[in-house]
Structures are given as C-alpha cells and as structure tokens.
Design a protein around this ligand. Structure first.
Ligand code: ARG
Ligand code: ASP
Length: 729
C-alpha cells in the first residue's frame, strides 16, 4: 500500500512536470526542485541560482534585451542564435562582403567585429520587494492613484537600493501586479561578432521551415564580451580585453536521448496564460486574423522585390524575417487554439472557478470578475482592433509612415517641451537616419503602402477613420504621397529638418506624406488610444484580482508567473509528439535530413558544397553519435519569444543544446500550453561544434571551450551489457 502511494505520488509529479511553466530562478527550492530531480536532474537549485557563489545564472546574459545568450569559455565567448545576431551580421554585410550568405569567422581576436548598439546584461541578484512596492497602495481606491503610488515606490527603491556604480536596478511585476521582484544587473557594451555560419546553415529552411518540426537549422552565431582592464562593463575601446566570466558552461559531447532531463534558462518575453475565455476568443476571431492579413500583403510585396534584386534582398533580409516570423506564428497560434479548443477549456475552467468562489464565500470579492471581463472586452474590441491596424500599418510595416510618425513625435516635443528640446531631438533624429535609409527602398515601400493603406482605410473600424480620408482613391493617394514627399530620400528629409523651428514645422506640414501621418496619428491619439488605455487599465486591474483569486483558491496547483522578459527556468525532457492522427514525430534530426531537404540553388534549402563534402566523407571528427551528426532536437520545455539563444542544459549543468524555436502545433503555448503537443526546438551542440571545427576551420574556438563527456562512463558499461546480450542471442 505504501509502495503504491509512493508510486502514485511519483506518477503525479512525473506527469505534472510535463505541464510547462517558466519559473523564477531564485525560487526553485521546494516543488520545482523536487520535480526536476524526479525528471533526472542531478544538480541542486543552488547550482542554478546562488547569490554567494558562482552558479549557472552567471553564464546566461540577456542578449540585447530581446534574446538570450550564454558564456561558453573563460574568455567571454558568447553563444546565441543566428537569428538573434542577424541584424549585426547584416550590418557588417555588403554585396561584396556578404556574411549573411557566406558566413563570417574571425580567425584571431583582432578580427572580431565591434557592434554599434549591442549589449548583454547579466543578473547579479534577485530579491522579492513586493512589500516595499505595494506599501500604501491598498488604502487607495482609484486604480490610477494606485498605479501612481506603485510607480513612486519603484522610483524610490530604485534610488535607495544599494548597488555598485557599474550596476543597475530593475524592478518588475509578477503575477499581474501581485508580486514585485528587484534585479541587480550588469550590462556590457562592447560585444563583438566572432563567427556566423552561412545562412544556408544558420537559417536553413528559412521561412518554410520556421516554426516547424522536423527541423534541420544550425541557428547559432558567436560573439565575445569585452570589458575594461578591471573586468567591468565599458563602452567599446580597442584597449578592452576579453571578459572573464564568473561562470561559463562546459559543453557536453554526449548529447541527450529521449526522456533525458533538460533545463532551458533564459529571458522569455511575454506570455498571457491566464486570460479569460472572452479574451482568447477575440485573439482567435478578430485580432490575429486582422494582423495576419496586413502582414500577408506586406510580405508578398517585399518578397517579390527580394527575389529579383540581391541588394534589396540584403537591405530587407532582417526586416522581412522579423515580420514573417510573427505572421507565421499567429497563423499557427490561431490554428492551435482552435484545434485544442482553448476557448471551451477556458470556459470550463471558469465555471469551476465560479463554483470555488461560491464555496469559499468570496462572492463579494471575486463573484463579478468574469462578468466584468465580458463587459470590458466587448467594449474594448473596436479600440483594440483600431490600435492593431495603426501599429501594424503605420508603425510597423510601412516605413515612410513609421518615419513620419517619428517626425510627428518631434513636432509634439516642440509643443510640449519647447524649442531647445525640439532642436536637440531634431538633430539627433537627422543624424541617426543614415541607418534607416541604408536599408530603405522607395519602390518597395510605395507598393507596401498601397496595399496596406487600403486595408487601413477600408477594413479597420470605420468610426475612427478621419472624414477627409473616407472614400479615398488609393492609387491617387499613393501617387501623391510617394510622388511628392521629401521623406522618400535621406537628402529630402535632411532638407525638411533644416532651418529654425518655425521653418521646419512649416515645411513638415506642407509635406503630403507628413500630412497623412499627422491625420492618422491625430485621430488615433485622440479617438482611439485614450479610450483603449482607460479600458485597458480596468482590465489590468481585473486581471490582477483574477490572478490573486486563482493563487488563493487553487493553492496546490502549479501556477507560474507570465513571462515578462526576466530570467526564468523551464524544464522538461527530450520528447517526440503526435501532431495528428497516426503521425508520430521522433525527437532528433540528423545531417542526413539536411541532405534529404537539399534543393540545389533554392534560396531556402540550398546546401553548400563544403557541407555536402563533409557529409559524403563522413568527416565528423569527435562530434558524431553512432556515425551520424545530430542537428536538432525537441523537448517539453515551456519557452517563448526571448528564449531564443537560451542554453539547453543537461542534468549536470553542461550545455547540450541551443534553444531557437517551437513546433507548429504548439505555437499557441503563449496563451494555452498543451503538454501533448507543445515542444521547444534546440540545436544539438555537437552540430554547433562540428560546424565551427570541421566546416569553418575555426578549431581555435572549440579549443577555448571546456568539452565534457558526462555519459561516457555509463555508456561504456552499457555497451558491455549490450555486447553480452548480443552474445546470448
Ligand atoms: N521562430 C523563431 C523565433 O520566433 C525563429 C525565427 C527566425 N527565423 C526565421 N526564419 N525568421 O524567433
Ligand atoms: N524563436 C523565438 C525567439 O526568437 C523562440 C520562440 O518563440 O520559441 O525567441
């Protein structure tokens, strides 16, 4: 009986551990640590996070605020994804020196390439500061006053919390305002490009394979952190030296097999796992379809140009990839939410929640939550949609309008902060626009505009379209804007920004492009955004109470805080899945699969001669497993955008993989995590090493690392057993 109980408990923990979750590294002791050990982890929670001794967290910096990276040598060598270093690789590329196409490898440190505007941030310490931040908040009744008080408390603590001069303080909310955490951080500003494979490896499969399993992408690139002579953060200087990390990850040559424990450590950006059903319904039926349609049009236009013109291809490569990425994700997400019946599941959960509220006698506090959600979501819908159109059409996908909006903000600076602020900002903007125009092609943008402004004027909620833009002839509007606006060239915009304040404002307001942006922005900022913000504040307050209620009423369930770009641990096991009836996916792909996908000359599936050659000769060095080179593998780690570049770590703390994506059927995991089909995709470290050593001939980089064989002993004893068994047969 006792045994049965233990078995049952083990089973519960085992299956629960597959439920996902992104956990705060300083709070793993207890439930998480037990689960992790049950899944096979051999470390303790303090090996992962510790303030007093070096731990895994010291090797895992945030990469430029968006991706994750990890230190893999005592000389500050840094690993992240190819797609995370993409804009840096692009910035160093030209038609003559095309590192995107051909790859780049620094054969000695002097050749490593400095990057403007690239930094990495380490976490030194994490502290719960909920009490300090919520001090005096409870007593206030208005939501706006509460938020003000919280901001004030954050600012105060920011100032008073002890730190070194080269450190920063960041305070972030968890559980939608129910918990606050303080982070002491160190940001390094001199980060240089060390190596990148050609896109035919780093981006193999491109958009066709993006968000898809089975996958064969070597999505990695290498950088190096430089510090001043005292090993402290410093702006770029040729006198800086390679950073000596507090910890770097040893790299395992043994990989992982199905059911092996893995942990992914990184900076997941944003999830919304606790939305009410009504909110998910709006995403599925309204906002995702609108955004998908806009991007579909923008991408078709840009793709047409990129396929015909190599210079445009380089100019737009990074922008295109970014837009295509979430376009495709939203499609997968919508499908997944529908297929998994997420809305109905949420509705059922809400029914159960409502019953619990009654049972706990908490109707006064929580009884109206769900009805209030319904009411507010119904009210906010046209504003949300209109805002999405504005964001996607004006700010994100039409470059001329996006630039126009910056000029519009400049004009606002004049009216709110006066001439001097205006002039400073104007000069800054003017000087910074070189990079914008370097990658701007007016023909591409004109065609994108024509497609998108049509959607904006005809499909976004019509009550917010300014009257002088109703029934506009799209072709005429396009011709008039792109035929006359000075914003179409750098020279032109510099001209617009020359002269005293009055002249600049006059010239801006005479520009057809600017006039259009101003009309759209005025309408958005007056008729849409304020109302959106006020309902949204209401919704945030409801969400906070809903979260509080769930934490209170579901005391023993595994509730984790939504991602918020802070450092998290997620864990699971290497595992395949069944995407649909009668189809089974195994969890590892091999170089053989790259060759199966090979389409000579194709822009997504070409394979370089060098790689084919290595494959034919099986020239794999020490990186093969049973004569094959593993390329990618999947696991049950719950990840999201921002986890790209995250280390996948084995039971002992060694680097086995590099996270870069999720599988198509599970892209809805930001909203609804289904353990049966949600998987993260990682590059096997042995593929990374093989490419660096055998393909690029940059063995000196591998020599910097610490290579380990955690399974070797076990394996040799296993092999002996297998041999014995064979003999028996
Ligand atoms: N889907 C992955 C992520 O969300 C990889 C994106 C980069 N690859 C691409 N083909 N755009 O970032
Ligand atoms: N590819 C994503 C990233 O760039 C990771 C994901 O969304 O799974 O962070």
């Amino acid at each position: 009986m006792k045994f049965l109980k233990v078995l049952l408990l083990f089973f519960v923990v085992q299956t629960q551990a597959q439920q996902g979750g992104m956990w705060i590294p300083s709070l793993l002791e207890g439930m998480n640590e037990t689960e992790m050990k049950n899944l096979g982890m051999k470390m303790s929670a303090s090996d992962i996070y510790d303030v007093n001794k070096s731990s895994l967290k010291d090797a895992v910096p945030h990469f430029n605020g968006g991706c994750t990276s990890e230190v893999i040598s005592p000389k500050g060598l840094l690993l992240t994804n190819h797609h995370c270093g993409y804009s840096q690789i692009q910035a160093h590329s030209s038609v003559e020196n095309d590192y995107l196409t051909n790859g780049f490898w620094a054969m000695k440190m002097e050749d490593e390439l400095p990057n403007k505007d690239l930094d990495v941030t380490f976490i030194v310490k994490i502290e719960d500061v909920t009490k300090q931040i919520l001090n005096g908040v409870e007593a206030l009744t208005s939501e706006v006053e509460k938020q003000k008080k919280i901001q004030q408390n954050i600012a105060d603590l920011n100032k008073s919390f002890p730190k070194e001069s080269f450190q920063e303080i960041k305070i972030r909310t968890f559980f939608e305002g129910n918990q606050y955490m303080l982070f002491v951080t160190e940001t390094f500003l001199d980060v240089r490009l060390v190596g990148a494979p050609p896109s035919s490896i780093g981006k193999f499969g491109s958009d066709t394979d993006n968000w898809v399993w089975p996958r064969h992408t070597g999505d990695f690139s290498l950088f190096r952190i430089y510090a001043d002579k005292n090993n402290r953060p410093a702006a770029y200087s040729k006198d800086n030296v390679p950073y000596t990390p507090k910890h770097f990850l040893p790299v395992s040559l043994d990989g992982v097999a199905e059911d092996d424990f893995t942990l992914v450590f990184g900076y997941p950006g944003r999830t919304t796992e606790y939305l009410p059903a009504v909110a998910v319904e709006q995403i599925v039926n309204e906002t995702n379809p609108a955004k998908i349609e806009i991007r579909d049009r923008a991408l078709k236009v840009t793709d047409g140009f990129m396929r015909k013109d190599q210079a445009i291809k380089i100019q737009y490569a990074s922008k295109y990839a970014g837009i295509a990425n979430y376009y495709k994700k939203w499609i997968g997400e919508t499908q997944g939410l529908k297929k998994s019946n997420a809305v109905q599941v949420k509705k059922d959960q809400e029914k159960a929640f409502q019953q619990k509220v009654v049972k706990a006698g908490k109707q006064a506090e929580y009884g109206n939550l769900l009805a209030d959600f319904d009411k507010n979501y119904a009210e906010i819908l046209p504003y949300t949609l209109s805002r999405d159109y504005f964001m996607e059409v004006v700010l994100r996908n039409t470059e001329l309008l996006g630039l126009g909006f910056k000029l519009y903000q400049l004009e606002q600076v004049q009216s709110t902060r006066g001439d001097q602020a205006f002039t400073d900002r104007k000069n800054n903007l003017r000087d910074g626009l070189g990079d914008f125009y370097k990658n701007f092609n007016v023909q591409v943008d004109e065609k994108v505009f024509e497609q998108l402004i049509d959607l904006y004027l005809n499909k976004s909620p019509q009550q917010f379209i300014p009257s002088n833009l109703k029934n506009t002839n799209i072709a005429q509007l396009t011709a008039s804007v792109y035929g006359t606006s000075k914003m179409t060239t750098y020279e032109g915009v510099k001209e617009l920004l020359t002269g005293d304040t009055q002249t600049v404002l006059k010239n801006l307001n005479n520009d057809k492009g600017y006039q259009l942006v101003k009309t759209l922005a005025d309408a958005f900022l007056k008729d849409v955004n304020p109302k959106f913000e006020s309902i949204n504040t209401e919704l945030s307050a409801l969400q906070r109470t809903y979260m509080k209620a769930q934490l209170e009423l579901n005391k023993d369930s595994r509730i984790f805080p939504d991602a918020n770009s802070t450092l998290r641990v997620t864990y699971g096991v290497v595992k395949g899945y069944e995407p649909r009836d009668a189809v089974v996916y195994t969890p590892v792909t091999y170089l053989d699969g790259v060759m199966e996908k090979y389409i000579p000359g194709d822009y997504e599936f070409d394979v370089s001669e060098k790689l084919i050659d290595l494959y034919n000769k099986k020239d794999y060095g020490p990186y093969a497993e049973n004569g094959k080179i593993p390329v990618n593998f999947i696991g049950t780690n719950h990840t999201t955008g921002g986890n790209s570049g995250s280390p996948a770590i084995d039971a002992h703390g060694n680097l086995v993989g590099l996270n870069f994506d999720r599988v198509w059927e599970g892209t809805m995991s930001d909203i609804y995590y289904d353990p049966a089909i949600c998987r993260n995709i990682m590059v096997d470290m042995r593929y990374v090493l093989f490419i660096i050593d055998k393909y690029a001939g940059a063995k000196h980089l591998v020599d910097e690392m610490k290579l380990v064989h955690p399974k070797k002993n076990k394996q040799s004893s296993k092999k002996q057993k297998v041999k014995k068994n064979k003999n028996k047969n």
